[in-house]
Design a protein around this ligand. Structure first.
Ligand code: GLA
Length: 593
């Protein structure tokens, strides 16, 4: 199948940059019936992570916004946590300042010779008349070790009415030219949207055929450039399509839902739809329930100055302020960025009762300064991150990450939850049960452990939530470690996991590991140290545990512990040795040594 795609791609290239417009290109859509390959282009073996500007800024995107965002992510721990893509959404091409009623809005962004023109006002070129504005941003983003994403649309115009890739007639597109330009600019990711497609003109019997036709063409055009470019078929969860039947073979991810917005019911809707599509996701080809809305919400300004020690914040507008969410005060640029959790919401204006915070602010803020509201409470924010990780969804932050409340940043940067999303096995969680808004999900991980999510979609608490090990396919007579990935704490469990009370809209995510799973993690941690002798000992212990030979396993582990102690500060750093010893003690207890 790969060869067929590559051959088609080469023939596209051979058509040249303009000559192909004369005749419709026949895309090979026969790939759809096959089992999806791991990754059609070898990319996105774990779900993509990063940022996209749309949900926070809409059409107000610019080179400076993208560069400041990349720098903020470089400095605030997001890049280190894995958020390495900075994605430009709609409105980067010339035309966004032309009124929507003016038909030239859709044509201004493409030159007479068929090339897209970045808007020079917002993406300034290196010299007047050049069109290298995106390339300059890509160069900057790459200099930070990050990647740049871009946006286009399969139709005649983007969802905001700007130049799209559909050229007409009868299936002709600008895909080859656009793909070559993206590659030349250094683009690493394309989100290809699904608006304004003149379906009657596109080859194919059904709406689904037509979508497969158009996206396959762009997929091939990207392949033909030779540059690794992650490809997203952003079909918006169009109910007239079954994108997941063809997209896994020609793209790295596809949208399974309509647009998310910054409130719990929107997030729940997207999650619910996405959770029914488990079997289509895997390494290199992912379901995308849309962006993370952690920190996203309305903006306002301070109606009166705020002083250290104040708990009341007077704001110009309280609209969209949610009790339990993090309020962002100040900015990175002003050096007074901080966040507070909203305890109550009163009235707006300098004479209003304002927003009350749970704890006093620590910095001074002048009247008129920016304030950011979050549409999700912190409980809901953790739930979104949890559910997206459990579903191996792309983790794309749709918020202002330059000025983000530390409470929201901490939700994005929880390494243990990210670890579940990025697990190399690449399995989207199965829904174990979901009756009455009480969800239990189970995701197998590469070390043999399971990530288990218990989620309360209701607006009342779920008391005495338990998950039987049986329901997870685990042996209820064995002992397991259940690690809470938000609390970062371990409990030993047999028979069932007792989660206790889950608040409204809350969730718990635990990693359930057997002794053999934990030993497998030890192997990964110790690697090939001392010629692989530690790993050999651990493997013997795993074999003994799997064979039920507890006494042998305990003996082997005793020897391993002595070996680690002897090599602490020598073959092993003392830090690593200490960690291995702590883990080994936990495993010995679990086995009952
Ligand atoms: C669609 C997409 C959004 C965004 C806008 C831009 O609605 O689903 O994510 O890209 O278009 O116009």
């Amino acid at each position: 199948m790969k060869r067929a795609l590559a051959a088609a791609a080469v023939s596209l290239l051979a058509l040249g940059s303009v000559a192909w417009l004369a005749s419709p290109v026949q895309a090979d859509t026969s790939v759809q019936a096959d089992t999806p390959p791991s990754s059609y282009n070898g990319l996105a073996l774990t779900p993509p992570m990063g940022f996209n500007d749309w949900n926070a800024y809409h059409c107000n995107v610019s080179a400076s916004l993208i560069e400041q965002t990349a720098l903020a992510m470089h400095n605030n721990g997001m890049q280190a946590a894995g958020y390495d893509h900075v994605n430009i959404d709609d409105c980067w091409m010339l035309g966004r300042d032309i009124p929507r009623t003016d038909p030239t809005r859709a044509t201004a962004g493409r030159s007479a010779d068929g090339h897209l023109i970045p808007d020079p006002t917002y993406f300034p070129p290196s010299a007047p008349g050049l069109t290298d504005g995106i390339k300059l941003v890509a160069d900057y983003v790459h200099s930070l070790g990050m990647k740049l994403g871009i946006y286009e649309d399969t139709g005649t115009a983007t969802c905001q009415g700007l130049a799209g890739t559909y050229a007409g007639n009868h299936g002709q597109t600008y895909d080859a030219i656009d793909a070559a330009d993206y590659a030349a600019w250094g683009v690493d990711y394309l989100k290809d949207d699904w608006c304004n497609v003149p379906l009657a003109d596109v080859p194919g019997a059904t709406r689904n055929d037509k979508a497969a036709y158009l996206y396959t063409q762009m997929s091939q055009a990207l392949q033909a450039t030779g540059r690794p470019i992650v490809f997203e078929a952003a079909t918006l969860g169009d109910p007239g399509l079954s994108t997941y039947t063809w997209a896994p073979a020609i793209s790295n991810l596809w949208r399974t839902t309509g647009d998310i917005s910054a409130n719990f019911s929107s997030m729940l809707r997207n999650f619910t739809t996405n959770s029914a599509l488990t079997q289509y996701a895997g390494p290199g080809h992912w379901n995308d329930p849309d962006m993370l809305e952690i920190g996203t919400g309305n903006a306002t300004t301070l109606a009166a100055p705020v002083s250290p020690g104040d708990t009341t914040v007077k704001v110009a507008s309280v609209s969209g302020a949610v009790v339990g969410s993090a309020l962002r005060l100040g900015t990175t640029a002003n050096g007074d960025l901080e966040g507070g959790v909203i305890a109550s919401v009163g009235t707006a204006g300098a004479d209003g009762t304002g927003i009350t915070l749970a704890d006093p602010v620590t910095l001074a803020h002048p009247a008129g300064e920016d304030v950011g509201k979050s549409g999700l409470t912190l409980t809901e924010a953790r739930t979104e991150q949890t559910l997206w990780a459990e579903e191996a969804a792309p983790l794309i932050a749709g918020t202002n990450v330059i000025d983000i409340a530390p409470q929201n940043l901490a939700v994005y940067n929880n390494h243990e939850v990210i670890g579940v999303d990025q697990d190399s096995l690449g399995v989207q969680a199965a829904v174990v049960s979901s009756a009455n808004g009480q969800w239990i999900m189970n995701k197998p991980l590469s070390d043999g452990a399971h990530s288990v999510v218990v989620f309360n979609a209701n607006s009342t608490p779920w008391t005495d939530a338990t998950v039987s090990l049986d329901a997870l396919g685990l042996d209820p007579s064995q002992r397991y470690i259940s690690r809470d990935l938000w609390a970062h704490s371990d409990t030993t469990v047999t028979d069932s996991i007792d989660v206790g009370t889950i608040p409204a809209h809350g969730s718990v995510i635990v990693k359930v590991s057997s002794a053999a799973n934990l030993l497998t993690d030890q192997v990964a941690l110790v690697g090939n140290a001392n010629g692989g002798s530690f790993a050999d000992q651990l493997q013997q212990a795993i074999d003994a545990v799997n064979a039920g030979e507890t006494t042998d396993a305990c003996g082997i582990l005793g020897g391993y512990v002595n070996h680690v102690q002897a090599q602490s500060g020598k073959q092993l750093t003392t830090e690593l040795a200490d960690q291995l010893l702590t883990n080994a003690q936990q495993i010995r207890t679990l086995i009952g040594c």
